[in-house]
Design a protein around this ligand. Structure first.
Ligand code: MN3
Length: 240
């Protein structure tokens, strides 16, 4: 191969290796995470954005460890826990609705797998705004958008230990805010908050400690700069 051609193709190969499975810049793929209608993915799903896409609010190093170590471990452990069982083909919605019948390994790792998928798709580099319908519902349920944020922030900041804050549509089809411990979520029958998740924030220390250390409140405040409202609007419409 002539030298110039070689350099070009070697460069392209390096670029291809580097690009997969990551994405460039602010490109974001939409992953149908409300894929609770279906069984768990056969392969570990890609992160819908580049590791550094959410800088400075979530730093690239945290994002890489969170996705490639923590989330991947939940996925792998979940797959091992349901290996050779009918749960492999069971829609996540049905699995979570009867999670009390499952061992802790399925509850914790299944929750960890799904919650992170849902979380990644709740985030976006360039945040937009809630739709008119969702805005109206927010004002109706919480009084104002600021009150809504305050309620969500309090829920996220005061969750003791590890867990998640959620905006969800409760069983009466009203917007509600609450938090869950560990890897539980509002779809689970054992959860004290029940309904359809619309937006979530991971408040485990691994989600923010490298950048924010003990200042969880700063991480929670920064979150509002990277909410993927298009996705939340879509979920709200679908959940109606
Ligand atoms: Mn996490």
């Amino acid at each position: 191969m002539e030298r110039r051609k070689f350099i070009k193709s070697a460069g392209m190969m390096a670029a291809a290796v580097y690009a997969a499975p990551r994405l460039a810049g602010n490109d974001q793929v939409s992953i149908k995470t409300s894929g609770i209608e279906g069984p768990p993915a056969k392969e570990f799903p890609p992160l819908p954005f580049a590791y550094d896409a959410l800088e400075p609010y979530i730093d690239a190093r945290t994002m890489e460890i969170h996705y490639d170590k923590h989330h991947r471990a939940y996925y792998t452990n979940f797959m091992n826990a349901i290996k050779d069982s009918a749960l492999q083909e069971m829609p996540l919605k049905d699995l979570f609705a009867a999670i009390s019948k499952q061992p802790d390994a399925v509850r914790n790792n299944g929750g960890g797998y799904y919650n992170h998928l849902f979380f990644w798709n709740s985030l976006k580099a360039k945040s937009s705004a809630p739709s008119a319908e969702l805005s109206d519902a927010i004002v109706k349920s919480f009084g104002s958008f600021d009150k809504f944020k305050e309620t969500f922030n309090t829920s996220a900041k005061t969750r003791f230990g590890s867990g998640w804050a959620w905006l969800y549509l409760n069983e009466a089809k009203n917007l509600a805010i609450g938090s869950s411990p560990n890897q539980d979520n509002p779809l689970m029958d054992i959860s004290t908050i029940k309904g359809t998740p619309l937006l979530t924030l991971d408040v485990w220390e691994h989600a923010y400690y490298l950048k924010y250390q003990n200042k969880r409140a700063d991480y929670v405040d920064a979150f509002w700069n990277i909410v993927n409202w298009e996705e939340v609007n879509r979920r709200y419409k679908e959940a109606q």
